[in-house]
Write a protein that binds this ligand. Structure first.
Ligand SMILES: [Mn+2]
Length: 343
């Protein structure tokens, strides 16, 4: 789905300026537990808004930034987002939501509060009524590509750290332009390539990890079961919710696997991540059916995630219910399954 009435890139930037010109303090808010695409998009959008208008911008997030690469990205590029809590939002007279939408369930915009702007590339329409500036481009592999376009069109001289952040965002979000990337992503990537700090990118990608990172892989492999062409594992308790996505990516490398699913317990919820090697699949729809009536879910064609609050129930019971629905959905005739690596 594209814009019903395509508008010119210049017109769009003018709309962005007009939307924010009378605001004073803007919070650019990412989805919870933000990834490089969300963070780079937020910081670059803040720079664009500051350039276009006189607003003061801050980048905010909720949840945690856990993955070693993401922490290294902030450190190497000297980006300092604000962790929002309680009444943080009251300090701002406008909110711009990036890489997510109202009603998606993966951001901490308070229920009933509408942002001033939404910039996103995820499929599906959120609750966008009353949002002054909406730019949702489903065909884009990275949200960073959209914000990069604003910066180019508006003639914003982005500093080296933001150019590097945008480059790394597109690179990681599209797995080197191989996942969901279109023409615009390739153009943005190539334009950023000569200007990004490649040594910083290398340091980010090779970020050191703690011992419990290896422990998680051990648990993932020990608990992994193969149901036909679907591999499912459970990490039990995790310190950082994005670990389930990383493990799902890792397991999908198994020869012959079409789907990889990783679950875990984060605080009082089951978190899960789904990956598929099937180009035409609808991972988002699958995970929404799996958690229907239990929790929230969303995602792209080949990657999706969900979260189910325990609400006082046993983790094992809820995880078993999810696993059963998953196997029903993806591997009906292989319910029994077998260990990935038999002892
Ligand atoms: Mn994204």
């Amino acid at each position: 789905m594209s814009d019903p009435e395509p508008i010119d890139a210049k017109e769009r930037v003018e709309n962005l300026r007009a939307t924010f010109e009378s605001r004073r303090r803007v919070l650019v808010l990412t989805h919870d537990n933000p990834d490089p695409d969300a963070l780079a998009s937020a910081f670059a959008l803040a720079a664009v808004l500051t350039h276009l208008t006189d607003v003061e911008c801050e980048v905010g997030y909720a949840g945690i930034i856990g993955r070693a690469e993401n922490r290294a990205m902030l450190r190497e590029l000297e980006l300092v987002p604000t962790r929002i809590h309680g009444d943080t939002l009251e300090r701002f007279d406008a909110i711009a939501l990036v890489d997510t939408q109202p009603g998606f369930g993966n951001n901490s915009l308070p229920e009933g509060q509408q942002p001033t702007a939404v910039v996103d590339h995820h499929p599906g329409r959120g609750e966008l009524d009353g949002v002054a500036f909406v730019d949702v481009r489903e065909g884009y592999g990275a949200c960073a590509t959209i914000v990069h376009e604003y910066a180019q069109v508006a003639g914003v001289p982005l500093p080296a750290n933001l150019l590097t952040a945008l480059f790394y965002a597109i690179k990681s979000e599209t797995q080197e332009l191989s996942r969901g990337a279109g023409y615009a992503d390739r153009e943005a990537y190539l334009s950023l390539l000569p200007r990004a700090d490649k040594l910083a990118v290398a340091r980010i990608q090779r970020a050191r990890v703690p011992r419990n990172y290896f422990r998680a892989f051990q648990v993932a492999i020990e608990n992994a079961r193969l149901h036909g062409r679907t591999i499912v594992t459970d990490l039990q308790r995790v310190d950082t919710p994005d670990l389930v996505a990383e493990i799902a990516d890792f397991l999908l490398r198994l020869d012959g696997a079409d789907w990889a699913v990783c679950m875990g317990r984060y605080q009082d919820s089951v978190v899960m991540s789904l990956r598929t090697a099937e180009e035409e699949a609808h991972a988002g729809k699958v995970v929404r059916r799996v958690v229907a009536g239990l929790g929230r879910a969303g995602g792209h064609g080949t990657m999706a995630g969900g979260r189910v609050p325990l609400d006082g129930r046993d983790y094992e019971d809820v995880a078993a219910q999810i696993r059963e629905r998953l196997i029903d959905e993806l591997a009906g005739d292989a319910a029994e399954g077998e260990s990935l690596v038999p002892n």
